[in-house]
Design a protein around this ligand. Structure first.
Ligand SMILES: Nc1nc2c(ncn2[C@@H]2O[C@H](COP(=O)(O)OP(=O)(O)O)[C@@H](O)[C@H]2O)c(=O)[nH]1
Ligand SMILES: [Mg+2]
Length: 233
């Protein structure tokens, strides 16, 4: 059976985050960089996460539940009801999820789109920082950047923040298919230099949602993180 992935919920505040305590890996990166496409490519489902050409403004965290070995039949439909509880796995379904290594990929709202107010920016920072620093089940962060361009000021700030807080992270340089292969090493070098990534502690991987390049590497990193402890535990 292949990987099964399902959208679970969008959360605008911590009270709305899933409560079933499966481990989580979060994706950060600027709006339109390719976070949703990376999720779709990773689980090989083009229709799971919505991708778009226009930078989205929704300030929500989107939770996708991933079943690496397929979804067991035990995991029945969630009970009806209101609020985040209705998405929460319980009993036999939760047990099955744990045993089969299910986890969440969390698509974070993109940073660095131009026309937002200072108040919106602060709200964004509170939501993101609150999540990344206090989420007990968080196991790692995928920072997504564009292989074609030098990292933006926001990419650098994000990387420094991740490093400052010693959070385990993988830097993924995506859209590799948009430039020629012979240019890859040169572009990777710029990203490694500007972000200080590429070593063992903060690895750098080339990716393409279009061709699937780097998919196995990202999957392996995520799997390794899931086998480790919680980072805010
Ligand atoms: N050619 C190519 N296009 C990509 C890739 N990743 C994302 N895109 C495109 O870039 C745009 C933004 O992608 P999306 O995943 O929605 O970005 P997000 O805002 O970070 O979630 C969409 O038009 C995608 O089809 C990639 O690896 N290769
Ligand atoms: Mg997206």
């Amino acid at each position: 059976m292949g990987v099964h992935a399902e959208f679970v919920l969008s959360a605008a505040a911590p009270s709305q985050f899933p409560a079933d305590e499966l481990p989580e890996v979060a994706l950060v990166g600027r709006s339109n960089v390719g976070k949703s496409s990376l999720i779709n490519a990773l689980v090989q489902n083009r229709k799971l996460a919505r991708t778009s050409n226009t930078p989205g403004r929704t300030q929500t965290l989107n939770f996708y539940r991933i079943w690496p070995q397929g979804k067991p039949r035990l995991a029945a439909a969630p009970p009806a009801g209101a609020g985040p509880d209705r998405f929460t796995l319980t009993g036999g379904a939760l047990q099955a999820a744990r045993e089969s290594g299910a986890f969440y990929l969390v698509d974070m709202p993109g940073y660095g789109f131009a026309r937002v107010s200072e108040a919106q920016r602060r709200q964004w920072a509170r939501l993101i920082e609150g999540y990344l620093l206090t989420r007990g089940v968080l196991r790692g962060i995928l920072q997504v950047v564009d292989l074609r361009h030098p990292p933006s000021r926001d990419d650098i700030t994000m990387r420094e923040w991740i490093r400052h807080h010693r959070l385990p992270s993988l830097c993924v340089a995506t859209k590799a298919d948009k430039i020629g292969r012979t240019a890859w090493p040169r572009h990777l070098k710029v990203i490694a230099r500007d972000l200080g990534v590429g070593g063992d502690a903060e690895p750098l991987i080339l990716f393409s949602a279009e061709t699937g390049a780097g998919r196995e590497d990202v999957w392996r990193w995520v799997t390794e993180q899931l086998g480790r402890g919680n980072i805010n535990g």
